[in-house]
Design a protein around this ligand. Structure first.
Ligand code: G1P
Length: 277
């Protein structure tokens, strides 16, 4: 049973400066809810109850968000506003939150390795809050991926076909289709952020992973790439050569909230959904 979800949240969010000068990008709201709360809700909907968050010293607002706010609660006690804290309070009471601080910015692989003391020796999910996904109720992307994990018992990456002029932003997979009813591929090759010319396919990895714990030792041995970053894509490639890594074309819609355009699109989408505009 997978119980833990790792949230790498130590990124600087420089694309959103000056907004990220003092506010973690994971705390940016889509309407009234921060991205990381959507992320935790997705994990909960996949029956993951242990949230392991990789932060840094500028991200204290994250810990405060998933904790009680006694003063605030006292202020609004007995008013209609109490209702507005109901959802987040339920999450705080139900889920467990653990934190570790990342000291150096050396890529997603390094961030995941930093989370090892919070995960231990068990399979776990990884969720990148930048990639905000919506899907049919009760069938979140992580929920779908855990179903696939139960079948194959190996690392799983979620993928989406993207236009070739966007491919340089993603890890890209090559794979053999092994189940076309489920859109699952056995990964045979992977490459991190290729140029459109070098991209073998347009099947891009999005920010959802299920990883088996042997990934930690592989990450320790994974050399940094040209930019000095340790890539999870490279570690997964090693893992795919030792056994199986499955790529799964998820069902749902994704917004790249790491870009200003994607963030605005997500805001508009959720506003329409809720009848706000
Ligand atoms: C990371 C990964 C990349 C993946 C992407 C998904 O890149 O390195 O393989 O496709 O997340 O969002 P980043 O967006 O952190 O540069």
């Amino acid at each position: 049973m997978i119980k833990k979800c790792l949230f790498p949240a130590a990124g600087l969010g420089t694309r959103f400066l000056p907004a990220t000068k003092a506010v973690p990008k994971e705390m940016f709201p889509i309407l009234t809810k921060p991205l990381l709360q959507y992320a935790v809700e997705e994990a909960l909907s996949a029956n993951l109850t242990n949230m392991a968050i990789v932060t840094n010293k500028n991200k204290r607002a994250i810990e405060d968000h998933f904790d009680q706010a006694l003063e605030l609660e006292l202020q609004i006690k007995g008013t209609q506003k109490e209702e507005l804290l109901k959802e987040i309070n339920a999450i705080c009471n139900y889920a467990t939150f653990t934190y570790i601080r990342q000291k150096q910015m050396l890529g997603l692989g390094y961030a995941i390795l930093t989370g090892k003391p919070l995960i231990g020796n068990e399979p776990f999910a990884v969720h990148l809050a930048d990639d905000l996904c919506t899907s049919e109720k009760g069938n979140s992307v992580l929920y779908q991926m855990i179903k696939i994990y139960k079948k194959y018992q190996c690392s799983i990456v979620a993928i989406e076909e993207v236009p070739m002029n966007q491919i340089h932003k993603y890890g890209v997979i090559v794979g053999d289709l092994i189940d076309n009813t489920n859109d699952t591929y056995r990964v045979t090759n992977m490459i991190e952020k290729p140029t459109p010319k070098n991209a073998p396919t347009n099947m891009a990895i999005i920010g959802r992973y299920i990883l088996t714990p042997d990934i930690f030792n592989i990450l320790k041995q994974t050399k940094p790439d040209k930019s000095g970053e340790i890539q999870i894509t490279d570690a997964l490639l090693t893992q795919s050569k030792q056994g199986y890594v499955i790529a799964y074309k998820f069902k749902g819609k994704r917004f790249d909230c790491g870009s200003i355009q994607g963030y605005v699109k997500a805001t508009n989408y959720f506003a329409k959904q809720q009848g706000i505009m």
